[in-house]
Design a protein around this ligand. Structure first.
Ligand code: F6P
Length: 321
């Protein structure tokens, strides 16, 4: 792999810290004498040959920036065998022997397909959802949780002034991790996530319990994977006559300057990806798992189920009674 070329792309939904990961890939690769090409707009750019050579200064001044300087896309064409064949041909045209894919599990499925076609590919877990097995944290999750916690503080102010309840819907696709960790850190009275069955009766009980001991607000964090925020607000008003508002935080959770934690994680995982390529490794995801930086086969990652932290869930319930 030494004296050869690698490419780097970001794919799927962006996440704060992706730029720090790109910077780590580019600088580690150049440090080891590799040529690095940046691919614009994920697999879409790979198919179309939107690649350019990156230098040390291409990644200057980006470690603190949200989004991804390479841009990202979800590519329907790459999901087809013909699309992947085109991508492989384009990599041959540009003389690329290795690829780093920064993204989530959908992106890793594509990365594994490419690896099976004979190109060296390493994945770096970048998604706010924290829904990838064998990862303590995905890049972007910590920043997103902090964004939600800040929003909870603001919403609690107005909720208290009006003595209301507020349902805050947060992202996470099918994972409840953003809700769970932001709910614990923000002191939410109820956390409703796909991993645990919840009832409106339980939410109402917790609201009334708080009110009876003088609480002025009730914060309910609801994961988007559960949905039905407006229906739940109506149900609460119908059952206990507590005025209830809904806030959908949406893409505000995906932007912003990455936290120090995400910058450090991204730097370590990006560098590790290049080291693996240099060692001749392929079809693996780098990760921090049980506090150790390492790598797991795509096959293992893509067939496992993300562990759910029941302990955090129970703790949040106990501490918010
Ligand atoms: O996977 C990251 C994520 O932000 C999810 O939490 C959310 O469901 C989805 O992407 C939104 O995707 P889009 O930006 O395409 O609307």
């Amino acid at each position: 792999m030494r004296n050869k070329s690698i490419a780097v792309l970001t794919s799927g939904g962006d996440a704060p810290g992706m730029n720090a990961a790109i910077r780590a890939v580019v600088r580690t690769a150049i440090f080891h004498g590799l040529k690095v090409l940046g691919v614009r707009k994920g697999y879409e750019g790979l198919i179309k040959g939107e690649m350019f050579e990156m230098s040390l200064s291409s990644v200057a001044d980006i470690i603190h920036r949200g989004g991804t300087m390479l841009q990202t896309a979800r590519s329907p064409e790459f999901a087809t065998p013909e699309g992947r064949e085109k991508a492989l041909n384009m990599m041959e045209v540009f003389g690329v022997q290795g690829l780093v894919v920064i993204g989530g599990d959908g992106s890793f499925r594509g990365a594994r397909d490419l690896a099976n076609m004979g190109i060296q590919v390493i994945g770096v877990p970048g998604t706010i959802d924290n829904d990838i097995p064998y990862c303590d944290r995905t890049i972007g999750f910590d920043t997103a949780v902090n964004t939600v916690v800040e929003a909870i503080g603001r919403i609690r102010d107005t909720t208290s002034s009006h003595n209301r309840a507020n349902i805050i819907e947060v992202m996470g696709r099918n994972s409840g991790d953003i809700s769970l960790y932001a709910g614990l850190a923000g002191g939410a009275e109820s956390i409703i996530i796909p991993e645990v069955n919840a009832s409106v009766e339980d939410v109402c009980k917790r609201i009334m319990h708080g009110r009876n001991r003088g609480k002025l607000h009730s914060i309910i964090i609801l994961a988007e994977g559960v949905g039905g925020a407006f229906e739940m607000a109506k149900a609460i008003e119908g059952k206990i006559s507590v005025e209830t508002r809904v806030t959908i935080l949406g893409h505000v959770q995906r932007g912003g300057s990455p936290s120090a934690f995400d910058r450090i994680l991204a730097s370590r995982l990006g560098a590790k990806a290049v080291e693996l390529l240099l060692e001749g490794d392929t079809s693996k995801m780098t990760s921090q798992y049980r506090s150790e930086i390492g790598a797991f086969d795509f096959d293992e990652v893509l067939s496992a189920k993300k562990e759910f932290s029941g302990e955090i869930y129970s703790l949040a319930r106990i501490l918010s009674i």
